[in-house]
Design a protein around this ligand. Structure first.
Ligand code: PMP
Length: 376
């Protein structure tokens, strides 16, 4: 199987597996216990936190480990809303992940106002529209870094500058961006940043919320007071150790990895457009992640194409993994102005740390064969 669905989940890297296994075999205690096995667990936890913080170039007291991107988004949104007594406004975009849009629906039901900014045909918000949408009662801006379906990057520098000038805290769901492009959290001017380890070759069920210490955030998991009282629950130690190993690796190789992915993406897109000239790449005119290519094709059903390619030994997706299997088109292409039929033809190819030129070339041929077969 050639796996080109890294935005759904990127297989764990060898050093991640090694760190996780070592932790499972070695650590017996609970990081909150005072005895030797507990202190050993605490040591592993602290080391991993330092590795993630070093990679992000921030102090380690800003990293709050969670069970992944969904939980980090929930903590950012519900935590801030509760600290504001569920009053005021949150500004977001039409193409956020459901783990942002659905909590916002809930907050709206609880009386908060939510403004959803539209995106242009390339999938980007207009910074001017964000500026105009800000009201004195705006409590939070929640706009993602890179879209999971198209890879399109939002105008991050502009969003950061607008939020700082207002001022209003900015939550950025960077689940897909982190691990694919070099990162400097502070240069972004972000107050809350969501990460998920399994999107970049780390373990599933492990992520983090990067929080500005002064920000009021009501904890959503109450109990033993772990993670400085902001997220109770015994830590997923082997997962966090794997996340630490991943961060150490990416601190050294991120620049090179993103250059390699950029070259592979170019090869993939040139190959597809040469063999299927009617394919349309979503967000082709915008800055995108170096690993993500979403495209639409005439007279093709995306889901059927994904299944045909699966039988041929290639794993891609027809949009987000969490919405595939549903017959309704994704909200992302619709928000970009595509009609429902064209939106349903969308497929997403997402490269990763183990993708090779040979795999890309084999995929281009299989893709062409599969599309021709379905059309005939
Ligand atoms: N945000 C984005 C942009 C995502 O792509 C995903 C994963 N599909 C999530 C949040 C949720 O992350 P997790 O799977 O770690 O809960």
């Amino acid at each position: 199987m050639i796996y080109l669905d890294h935005n759904a989940s990127s297989p764990p890297r060898p050093e991640v597996i090694a760190a996780m296994l070592a932790t499972l075999q070695r650590i017996e205690g609970n990081p909150s216990s005072v005895h030797g096995p507990g202190r050993a667990a605490r040591h592993t936890l602290d080391d991993a936190r330092r590795a993630v913080a070093k990679w992000m170039q921030i102090h380690d007291n800003r990293i709050l480990f969670t069970s992944g991107g969904t939980e980090a988004n929930h903590l950012a949104l519900f935590g801030l809303a509760e600290a504001c007594h569920f009053s005021g406004r949150i500004i977001t975009s039409a193409i956020e992940h459901p783990s942002v849009l659905k909590p916002l629906e809930k907050l709206q039901q609880r009386g908060m106002h939510v403004t959803q900014l539209p995106v242009d045909g390339q999938g980007r918000i207009d910074p001017e529209a964000l500026h105009s949408a800000l009201t004195p009662d705006t409590r939070l801006v929640s706009i993602m870094a890179a879209n999971n379906e198209t890879g399109v990057l939002q105008p991050l520098a502009e969003i950061g500058a607008i939020c700082r000038a207002h001022p209003v805290p900015w939550h950025c769901d960077a689940t897909q961006w982190v691990g694919k492009l070099p990162l400097a959290v502070d240069a972004l001017g972000v107050d809350l940043l969501t990460l998920s380890a399994h999107k970049m070759g780390g373990p599933k069920g492990c992520g983090a919320l990067v929080v500005t210490p002064a920000l009021s955030l009501a904890p959503q998991l109450l109990g033993g007071g772990q993670e400085r009282g902001r997220r109770s629950g015994t830590e997923n130690l082997s997962g966090i150790a794997g996340f630490g190993a991943l961060a150490a690796r990416l601190s050294a190789t991120m620049d090179l990895e993103s250059q390699t992915m950029t070259a592979l993406q170019q090869r993939l897109e040139e190959g597809i457009l040469k063999t299927l000239p009617d394919a349309v790449i979503l967000g082709a005119g915008a800055a995108r992640l170096p690993n993500t290519t979403a495209l639409t094709l005439r007279r093709i059903d995306g889901e059927t194409l994904v299944m045909t390619l699966d039988l041929a030994g290639f794993a891609i997706s027809s949009g987000a993994a969490c919405s595939s299997g549903k017959n309704t088109p994704s909200h992302v292409p619709l928000a970009m102005g595509l009609d429902p039929e064209t939106s349903r033809s969308m497929v997403r190819i997402s490269l990763g740390w183990d993708t090779t030129e040979t795999a890309v070339d084999a995929f281009i041929s299989a893709f062409k064969r599969s599309v021709d077969r379905l059309r005939n």
